[in-house]
Design a protein around this ligand. Structure first.
Ligand SMILES: Nc1ncnc2c1ncn2[C@@H]1O[C@H](COP(=O)(O)OP(=O)(O)OP(=O)(O)O)[C@@H](O)[C@H]1O
Ligand SMILES: [Mg+2]
Length: 317
Protein backbone atom coordinates (compact mmCIF):
# COMPACT_ATOMS: atom_id res chain seq x y z
CA UNK A 1 0.00 0.00 0.00
CA UNK A 2 1.17 3.44 -1.05
CA UNK A 3 4.45 2.04 -2.32
CA UNK A 4 5.58 5.35 -3.73
CA UNK A 5 5.73 6.86 -0.20
CA UNK A 6 8.78 6.73 2.04
CA UNK A 7 8.77 5.42 5.63
CA UNK A 8 8.57 8.81 7.19
CA UNK A 9 5.76 9.79 4.92
CA UNK A 10 4.02 6.56 5.96
CA UNK A 11 4.41 7.57 9.53
CA UNK A 12 2.93 11.01 8.88
CA UNK A 13 0.10 9.41 7.01
CA UNK A 14 -0.78 7.12 9.95
CA UNK A 15 -0.41 9.93 12.40
CA UNK A 16 -2.71 12.06 10.28
CA UNK A 17 -5.24 9.23 10.38
CA UNK A 18 -4.77 8.39 14.06
CA UNK A 19 -4.97 11.95 15.46
CA UNK A 20 -8.57 12.60 14.42
CA UNK A 21 -9.45 9.08 15.55
CA UNK A 22 -7.90 9.67 18.99
CA UNK A 23 -9.53 13.07 19.22
CA UNK A 24 -12.87 11.57 18.21
CA UNK A 25 -12.53 8.82 20.78
CA UNK A 26 -11.50 11.34 23.43
CA UNK A 27 -14.41 13.57 22.55
CA UNK A 28 -16.86 10.66 22.58
CA UNK A 29 -15.66 9.25 25.90
CA UNK A 30 -15.63 12.72 27.44
CA UNK A 31 -19.11 13.39 26.20
CA UNK A 32 -20.23 10.02 27.46
CA UNK A 33 -18.58 10.62 30.85
CA UNK A 34 -20.11 14.10 31.05
CA UNK A 35 -23.54 12.76 30.30
CA UNK A 36 -23.14 10.07 32.88
CA UNK A 37 -21.94 12.61 35.42
CA UNK A 38 -24.82 14.86 34.53
CA UNK A 39 -27.25 12.04 35.08
CA UNK A 40 -25.65 11.23 38.47
CA UNK A 41 -25.78 14.90 39.50
CA UNK A 42 -29.38 15.20 38.39
CA UNK A 43 -30.32 12.05 40.26
CA UNK A 44 -28.53 13.31 43.40
CA UNK A 45 -30.28 16.66 43.06
CA UNK A 46 -33.60 14.93 42.66
CA UNK A 47 -32.96 12.81 45.79
CA UNK A 48 -31.78 15.85 47.64
CA UNK A 49 -34.92 17.78 46.70
CA UNK A 50 -37.06 14.85 47.72
CA UNK A 51 -35.30 14.69 51.07
CA UNK A 52 -35.72 18.43 51.55
CA UNK A 53 -39.41 18.17 50.69
CA UNK A 54 -39.91 15.33 53.18
CA UNK A 55 -37.93 17.22 55.84
CA UNK A 56 -40.04 20.30 55.19
CA UNK A 57 -43.15 18.20 55.56
CA UNK A 58 -41.90 16.72 58.80
CA UNK A 59 -40.89 20.17 60.04
CA UNK A 60 -44.22 21.73 59.27
CA UNK A 61 -45.88 18.79 61.05
CA UNK A 62 -43.71 19.46 64.10
CA UNK A 63 -44.38 23.21 63.90
CA UNK A 64 -48.11 22.52 63.83
CA UNK A 65 -47.75 20.19 66.79
CA UNK A 66 -45.71 22.82 68.70
CA UNK A 67 -48.27 25.51 67.90
CA UNK A 68 -50.98 23.24 69.24
CA UNK A 69 -48.97 22.61 72.40
CA UNK A 70 -48.28 26.34 72.90
CA UNK A 71 -52.00 27.02 72.54
CA UNK A 72 -52.80 24.30 75.08
CA UNK A 73 -50.14 25.67 77.46
CA UNK A 74 -51.59 29.17 77.12
CA UNK A 75 -55.04 27.87 78.00
CA UNK A 76 -53.84 25.84 80.98
CA UNK A 77 -51.77 28.81 82.14
CA UNK A 78 -54.85 31.02 82.01
CA UNK A 79 -56.78 28.39 83.92
CA UNK A 80 -53.99 28.10 86.50
CA UNK A 81 -53.92 31.88 86.97
CA UNK A 82 -57.68 31.91 87.41
CA UNK A 83 -57.53 29.08 89.98
CA UNK A 84 -54.63 30.76 91.74
CA UNK A 85 -56.61 33.97 92.02
CA UNK A 86 -59.60 32.07 93.43
CA UNK A 87 -57.31 30.31 95.93
CA UNK A 88 -55.72 33.61 97.00
CA UNK A 89 -59.12 35.26 97.40
CA UNK A 90 -60.45 32.26 99.28
CA UNK A 91 -57.43 32.28 101.60
CA UNK A 92 -57.74 35.96 102.41
CA UNK A 93 -61.53 35.75 102.93
CA UNK A 94 -61.17 32.74 105.24
CA UNK A 95 -58.33 34.39 107.14
CA UNK A 96 -60.29 37.62 107.44
CA UNK A 97 -63.47 35.88 108.59
CA UNK A 98 -61.62 33.74 111.11
CA UNK A 99 -59.92 36.71 112.67
CA UNK A 100 -63.11 38.18 114.11
CA UNK A 101 -64.19 35.11 116.13
CA UNK A 102 -60.56 34.65 117.09
CA UNK A 103 -60.25 38.11 118.58
CA UNK A 104 -63.56 37.52 120.45
CA UNK A 105 -62.08 34.32 121.92
CA UNK A 106 -58.95 36.25 122.90
CA UNK A 107 -60.99 39.05 124.49
CA UNK A 108 -63.25 36.72 126.48
CA UNK A 109 -60.28 34.59 127.57
CA UNK A 110 -58.50 37.67 128.92
CA UNK A 111 -61.66 38.66 130.84
CA UNK A 112 -61.99 35.16 132.28
CA UNK A 113 -58.31 35.25 133.27
CA UNK A 114 -58.88 38.43 135.22
CA UNK A 115 -61.95 36.96 136.92
CA UNK A 116 -60.47 33.60 137.84
CA UNK A 117 -58.51 33.38 141.12
CA UNK A 118 -54.80 34.10 140.67
CA UNK A 119 -51.98 31.91 141.97
CA UNK A 120 -49.53 29.31 140.76
CA UNK A 121 -50.91 25.95 139.80
CA UNK A 122 -54.44 27.24 139.24
CA UNK A 123 -55.93 24.95 136.58
CA UNK A 124 -58.29 27.58 135.18
CA UNK A 125 -55.45 30.04 134.75
CA UNK A 126 -53.28 27.40 133.07
CA UNK A 127 -56.05 26.43 130.68
CA UNK A 128 -56.86 30.04 129.86
CA UNK A 129 -53.17 30.73 129.30
CA UNK A 130 -53.00 27.85 126.84
CA UNK A 131 -56.08 29.14 125.01
CA UNK A 132 -54.47 32.57 124.73
CA UNK A 133 -51.23 31.07 123.38
CA UNK A 134 -53.13 28.99 120.84
CA UNK A 135 -55.18 31.96 119.67
CA UNK A 136 -51.99 34.05 119.40
CA UNK A 137 -50.47 31.38 117.15
CA UNK A 138 -53.62 31.18 115.05
CA UNK A 139 -53.71 34.94 114.75
CA UNK A 140 -50.11 34.96 113.57
CA UNK A 141 -50.88 32.26 111.02
CA UNK A 142 -53.90 34.23 109.73
CA UNK A 143 -51.76 37.34 109.39
CA UNK A 144 -49.05 35.39 107.53
CA UNK A 145 -51.60 33.73 105.22
CA UNK A 146 -53.14 37.09 104.35
CA UNK A 147 -49.65 38.44 103.59
CA UNK A 148 -48.82 35.41 101.42
CA UNK A 149 -52.08 35.76 99.46
CA UNK A 150 -51.37 39.48 98.98
CA UNK A 151 -47.84 38.68 97.76
CA UNK A 152 -49.16 36.04 95.35
CA UNK A 153 -51.81 38.33 93.92
CA UNK A 154 -49.34 41.23 93.54
CA UNK A 155 -51.20 43.38 96.07
CA UNK A 156 -48.42 43.50 98.64
CA UNK A 157 -47.69 47.23 98.53
CA UNK A 158 -45.25 49.17 100.69
CA UNK A 159 -46.07 52.47 102.36
CA UNK A 160 -42.79 54.42 102.17
CA UNK A 161 -42.12 57.12 104.74
CA UNK A 162 -39.13 58.60 106.55
CA UNK A 163 -38.56 57.33 110.08
CA UNK A 164 -35.84 56.97 112.67
CA UNK A 165 -34.47 53.44 112.50
CA UNK A 166 -33.20 53.44 116.09
CA UNK A 167 -36.65 54.34 117.42
CA UNK A 168 -38.17 51.47 115.48
CA UNK A 169 -35.59 49.10 116.97
CA UNK A 170 -36.38 50.38 120.47
CA UNK A 171 -40.07 49.60 119.92
CA UNK A 172 -39.31 46.08 118.70
CA UNK A 173 -36.80 45.56 121.52
CA UNK A 174 -39.37 46.56 124.20
CA UNK A 175 -41.92 44.18 122.71
CA UNK A 176 -39.59 41.19 122.37
CA UNK A 177 -37.57 41.76 125.56
CA UNK A 178 -40.35 40.12 127.60
CA UNK A 179 -40.46 37.06 125.32
CA UNK A 180 -36.69 36.71 125.61
CA UNK A 181 -36.78 37.08 129.40
CA UNK A 182 -39.46 34.38 129.68
CA UNK A 183 -36.98 31.95 128.09
CA UNK A 184 -34.04 33.25 130.12
CA UNK A 185 -32.43 34.71 127.01
CA UNK A 186 -30.24 37.76 127.17
CA UNK A 187 -31.28 40.23 124.45
CA UNK A 188 -28.76 42.98 123.71
CA UNK A 189 -29.30 45.97 121.45
CA UNK A 190 -26.37 48.15 120.46
CA UNK A 191 -27.49 51.77 120.32
CA UNK A 192 -25.09 53.23 117.81
CA UNK A 193 -25.66 55.05 115.47
CA UNK A 194 -28.72 56.78 116.91
CA UNK A 195 -30.15 59.12 114.31
CA UNK A 196 -30.31 57.17 111.06
CA UNK A 197 -33.35 58.15 109.05
CA UNK A 198 -34.68 55.48 106.70
CA UNK A 199 -37.16 55.86 103.86
CA UNK A 200 -39.13 52.62 104.06
CA UNK A 201 -42.37 51.00 105.23
CA UNK A 202 -42.03 51.24 109.03
CA UNK A 203 -44.68 48.62 109.78
CA UNK A 204 -43.23 46.09 107.32
CA UNK A 205 -39.62 46.63 108.42
CA UNK A 206 -40.63 46.11 112.04
CA UNK A 207 -42.41 42.93 110.86
CA UNK A 208 -39.10 41.71 109.35
CA UNK A 209 -37.17 42.43 112.56
CA UNK A 210 -39.91 40.81 114.66
CA UNK A 211 -39.77 37.70 112.46
CA UNK A 212 -35.98 37.45 112.74
CA UNK A 213 -35.99 38.17 116.47
CA UNK A 214 -38.93 35.81 117.05
CA UNK A 215 -36.94 33.05 115.32
CA UNK A 216 -33.77 33.83 117.28
CA UNK A 217 -35.70 33.60 120.57
CA UNK A 218 -37.55 30.47 119.47
CA UNK A 219 -34.41 28.63 118.36
CA UNK A 220 -32.00 29.84 121.11
CA UNK A 221 -31.31 27.63 124.09
CA UNK A 222 -32.17 28.84 127.56
CA UNK A 223 -29.51 31.26 128.77
CA UNK A 224 -28.46 32.10 125.20
CA UNK A 225 -27.46 35.57 124.08
CA UNK A 226 -28.97 37.48 121.14
CA UNK A 227 -27.36 40.64 119.79
CA UNK A 228 -28.92 43.29 117.53
CA UNK A 229 -26.76 45.90 115.86
CA UNK A 230 -26.75 48.08 112.81
CA UNK A 231 -24.30 50.24 110.91
CA UNK A 232 -24.22 52.61 107.97
CA UNK A 233 -21.87 52.03 105.04
CA UNK A 234 -21.68 53.52 101.54
CA UNK A 235 -25.30 54.68 101.53
CA UNK A 236 -26.63 51.41 102.97
CA UNK A 237 -28.02 50.55 106.38
CA UNK A 238 -26.92 47.11 107.55
CA UNK A 239 -28.92 45.37 110.29
CA UNK A 240 -27.46 42.25 111.96
CA UNK A 241 -28.91 39.84 114.46
CA UNK A 242 -26.81 37.07 115.94
CA UNK A 243 -27.85 34.21 118.19
CA UNK A 244 -26.31 31.19 119.89
CA UNK A 245 -28.93 28.75 118.64
CA UNK A 246 -28.54 25.53 116.64
CA UNK A 247 -27.25 27.34 113.54
CA UNK A 248 -28.08 26.37 109.96
CA UNK A 249 -26.13 23.97 107.73
CA UNK A 250 -24.73 25.53 104.57
CA UNK A 251 -27.08 23.76 102.14
CA UNK A 252 -30.14 25.07 103.99
CA UNK A 253 -29.12 28.72 104.17
CA UNK A 254 -31.01 29.82 101.06
CA UNK A 255 -33.77 27.22 101.32
CA UNK A 256 -35.07 28.55 104.65
CA UNK A 257 -36.24 31.68 102.81
CA UNK A 258 -38.63 29.58 100.72
CA UNK A 259 -42.29 29.36 101.67
CA UNK A 260 -43.14 26.54 104.14
CA UNK A 261 -39.50 25.40 104.33
CA UNK A 262 -38.32 24.40 107.81
CA UNK A 263 -34.99 22.82 108.62
CA UNK A 264 -33.39 21.24 111.67
CA UNK A 265 -34.29 18.10 113.60
CA UNK A 266 -36.21 19.68 116.45
CA UNK A 267 -39.80 18.70 115.62
CA UNK A 268 -41.25 20.52 118.63
CA UNK A 269 -39.74 23.81 117.46
CA UNK A 270 -40.84 23.21 113.88
CA UNK A 271 -44.38 22.68 115.10
CA UNK A 272 -44.37 26.16 116.58
CA UNK A 273 -44.45 27.68 113.11
CA UNK A 274 -45.30 27.15 109.47
CA UNK A 275 -42.12 28.17 107.72
CA UNK A 276 -43.62 31.43 106.48
CA UNK A 277 -41.84 34.16 108.50
CA UNK A 278 -38.58 34.29 106.52
CA UNK A 279 -40.27 34.11 103.11
CA UNK A 280 -42.45 37.09 104.03
CA UNK A 281 -39.40 38.93 105.41
CA UNK A 282 -37.59 38.34 102.12
CA UNK A 283 -40.56 39.66 100.09
CA UNK A 284 -40.62 42.80 102.22
CA UNK A 285 -36.88 43.43 101.85
CA UNK A 286 -37.10 42.73 98.09
CA UNK A 287 -39.92 45.26 97.83
CA UNK A 288 -37.43 47.79 99.25
CA UNK A 289 -34.76 46.78 96.72
CA UNK A 290 -32.71 45.57 99.66
CA UNK A 291 -31.02 42.27 100.48
CA UNK A 292 -31.48 39.70 103.22
CA UNK A 293 -29.43 36.66 104.17
CA UNK A 294 -27.94 34.48 106.85
CA UNK A 295 -24.49 33.33 107.87
CA UNK A 296 -23.82 30.33 110.04
CA UNK A 297 -20.69 28.28 110.54
CA UNK A 298 -22.92 25.19 110.77
CA UNK A 299 -24.90 23.14 113.26
CA UNK A 300 -24.44 24.22 116.88
CA UNK A 301 -22.60 27.37 115.79
CA UNK A 302 -25.41 29.95 116.06
CA UNK A 303 -26.71 32.07 113.21
CA UNK A 304 -26.32 35.64 112.06
CA UNK A 305 -29.23 37.01 110.05
CA UNK A 306 -28.81 40.33 108.26
CA UNK A 307 -30.56 42.67 105.87
CA UNK A 308 -29.58 45.87 104.18
CA UNK A 309 -31.62 48.81 102.96
CA UNK A 310 -30.54 51.63 100.74
CA UNK A 311 -30.49 55.05 102.36
CA UNK A 312 -31.04 56.69 98.96
CA UNK A 313 -34.80 57.18 98.39
CA UNK A 314 -34.24 56.96 94.59
CA UNK A 315 -33.52 53.25 95.08
CA UNK A 316 -37.24 52.64 95.67
CA UNK A 317 -38.56 54.35 92.57
N1 LIG B 1 -32.25 31.82 114.25
C1 LIG B 1 -32.39 30.63 113.68
N2 LIG B 1 -31.60 29.59 114.06
C2 LIG B 1 -31.73 28.37 113.46
N3 LIG B 1 -32.62 28.09 112.48
C3 LIG B 1 -33.43 29.08 112.09
C4 LIG B 1 -33.36 30.39 112.65
N4 LIG B 1 -34.28 31.16 112.04
C5 LIG B 1 -34.90 30.37 111.14
N5 LIG B 1 -34.39 29.12 111.16
C6 LIG B 1 -34.78 27.99 110.32
O1 LIG B 1 -35.47 28.48 109.18
C7 LIG B 1 -36.77 27.91 109.10
C8 LIG B 1 -37.73 28.88 108.46
O2 LIG B 1 -37.93 30.00 109.31
P1 LIG B 1 -39.31 30.77 109.23
O3 LIG B 1 -39.27 31.92 110.15
O4 LIG B 1 -39.62 31.03 107.81
O5 LIG B 1 -40.37 29.68 109.70
P2 LIG B 1 -40.79 29.22 111.17
O6 LIG B 1 -40.20 30.12 112.19
O7 LIG B 1 -40.49 27.76 111.28
O8 LIG B 1 -42.36 29.40 111.11
P3 LIG B 1 -43.16 30.80 111.13
O9 LIG B 1 -42.18 31.89 110.93
O10 LIG B 1 -44.13 30.65 110.02
O11 LIG B 1 -43.80 30.86 112.47
C9 LIG B 1 -37.11 27.54 110.52
O12 LIG B 1 -38.07 26.53 110.58
C10 LIG B 1 -35.75 27.07 111.03
O13 LIG B 1 -35.51 25.74 110.60
MG1 LIG C 1 -40.36 32.28 111.99
Amino acid sequence: MLPHLGKIQHLFYYIALAVPLVLLTYWLTRRFALRKMNRVVMKAEHNYQQQIASLQQQLSGKVNMLEGMVEKLKLSNQELNRLNEIRSKFMSVVAHDLRQPLSSIQGFTSVLMMDSPQGGGNNDQLALNNILKATDNMNQLMTDLVDISMIESGKFKMDFKNFNFNQLLNDVYTLQQMNAQKKGIFLVKYDYPTDVMVYADRFRISQVINNLLGNAIKFSPQGGRIEMRYSVQDGWLLFQLSDEGPGIVHGEQTKIFQKFHQSGNNRALRKQGWGLGLSIAQEIINAHNGEIGVQSAGLGQGAQFWFRLSLEPEAYI
